[in-house]
Design a protein around this ligand. Structure first.
Ligand code: C2O
Ligand code: CU
Length: 461
């Protein structure tokens, strides 16, 4: 990130703002009304200029949609942009027709049109929604918001249950969103679009008010186009209780740092005992404070920590599993010489001319045939290899999987995920039960990578 912006942050922190929280109410008929609109906002505090943003309901991030596990969720979506779009409900084991992938599960919603999303949320947890039509161009302009599915009996009070949507922005020298560089081939072929400015719930350097002596649940969501955030929960006294919406049996102390890649979520718990403020930092390079926990000094005697119950996800049957390779290749400084595109073998140069840089198993972008077809209920193991010079965050739609191994080593905690990271040269083995019928995407959540080859689909029937 840009040092100059960092230094300015420190100054801006003197005039910090408190954390905006936007929950959305349903209107008559029990539906949420969600509208994609053009808007303006100051990403760079009061000193910065106005950025052109695309927003849900004019808010940054989009309003928090909060529902109960098992609920029928109705969202009447209206597209008031000047281009087509669609809305994807990331991490929800959803009915395929409601997955919001333009060109696969629905046609894009045209300007002025509406689309009714109606679906059941089978699992409690921290999720999010975002545009899924030219996502590389729509998400990093602001089209993303939290989707929180509450447990039958929430274990935290509303004032100790805090959603923190983290976004990375690329600002120009005037503190305005750099829109000219959207779709830059250099970003697509390298680490993706990286920014130089971070916001939490749309604010830079907000205060996050917490209460002394009480347990809080922090729901972190990385809405960035490409930025992997290295976080160190122990530095602010927090422990990890879940990933990608799925809660562990017991809290975990994180040794050092843990990555929060684009689209990933992390649930933390903390019980502040000092006086604060306690910095919330990213640990990439030097620790960099991007928010502060401010601690109210009226000590409250709180109940002991109670974790929510885990969701009942289908357990992969490893003895009867089918293993498939997922080889990621391409990109700058990679070894890929050629790949097939629409059934044709193209050289790296020809691919680049068509705007493609990456491939899964030697194929750039979506194929006519699925990446694999699974019988409903079948356990699939994906043995992934990152044969590129960059990290990737691979997301499977409609399912959660266990991450079993990294570089041939069994993990102590085979956690549930819907998006897994893979570093340069790494192999990662995941397993899941393909039990949700339909056509599902499988792609890198560095959105420029997905747009330039790292995307395919699989089928369950
Ligand atoms: Cu977060 Cu294909 O999605
Ligand atoms: Cu990638």
């Amino acid at each position: 990130m840009n040092r100059r912006h960092f230094l300015k942050t420190a100054v801006a922190s003197l005039a910090s703002t408190s954390l905006p929280r936007f929950a959305m109410a349903k209107t008559g008929g029990g539906a949420f009304q969600l509208e994609a609109v053009k808007g303006k906002g100051r990403l760079y505090g009061n000193e910065g200029g106005l950025s052109d943003l695309w927003l849900y309901n004019g808010q940054l991030p989009g309003p928090e949609i909060r529902v109960k596990r098992g609920e029928w969720v109705k969202v009447r979506f209206k597209n008031s942009l000047e281009e087509p779009t669609s809305v994807h409900w990331h991490g929800i084991r959803i009915d395929n027709a409601m997955d919001g992938v333009s060109g696969l599960t629905q046609s894009a919603v045209q300007p002025g049109e509406t689309f009714d999303y109606e679906f059941v949320v089978p699992d409690a947890g921290t999720y999010w929604y975002h545009a899924h039509h030219m996502s590389w161009n729509q998400v990093p302009r602001g089209l993303a918001g939290p989707l929180i599915v509450e447990e039958d009996e929430p274990t935290f009070e509303p004032d100790t249950d805090i959603t923190l949507a983290l976004s990375d922005w690329r600002l120009d020298d005037n503190g305005v969103l750099d829109t000219a560089s959207f779709g830059a081939m250099h970003d697509f072929s390298h680490a993706g679009r990286l920014g130089n400015w971070l916001t939490i719930n749309g604010q830079n350097m907000p205060d996050i008010p917490v209460q002394k002596g009480r347990w809080h649940r922090l729901r972190l969501i990385n809405m960035s186009a490409s930025r992997i955030l290295d976080l160190a929960p122990s530095r602010f006294g927090a422990q990890l209780i879940g990933l990608d919406g799925q809660i562990f049996d017991s809290p975990r102390e994180v040794d050092g740092t843990i990555q929060l890649a684009p689209a990933q979520r992390m649930d933390l718990v903390m019980r502040p005992d000092g006086d604060g403020p306690v910095p919330f930092e990213t640990m990439t390079g030097q620790p960099y404070t991007f928010a502060n926990f401010t601690i109210s000094n009226e000590p409250k005697n709180d109940d002991p920590l109670r974790l929510p119950n885990a969701n009942a996800l289908p357990e992969p049957d490893l003895n009867k599993a089918r293993s498939l390779p997922l080889v990621m290749a391409g990109g700058a400084m990679g070894r890929m010489q050629s790949a097939t595109k629409n059934g044709q073998e193209l050289s790296m140069r020809e691919l680049a001319q068509a705007g493609d840089f990456w491939a899964f198993n030697g194929q750039a972008g979506m194929g006519e045939k699925p990446f694999f077809s699974a019988k409903r209920g079948e356990t699939i193991i994906l043995e992934s290899t990152n044969d590129t010079a960059f990290p990737h965050a691979i997301h499977l739609h409609g399912h959660h999987f266990r991450v079993l191994e990294r570089n041939g080593e069994k993990l102590q905690h085979p956690d549930w995920r819907d998006t897994f990271t893979t570093q340069r040269g790494e192999t990662v083995k995941i397993a899941f039960v393909a039990d949700n019928p339909g056509k599902w995407l499988l792609h890198c959540h560095m959105l420029g990578h997905a747009a330039s080859g790292m995307m395919d689909w699989f089928e369950v029937n």
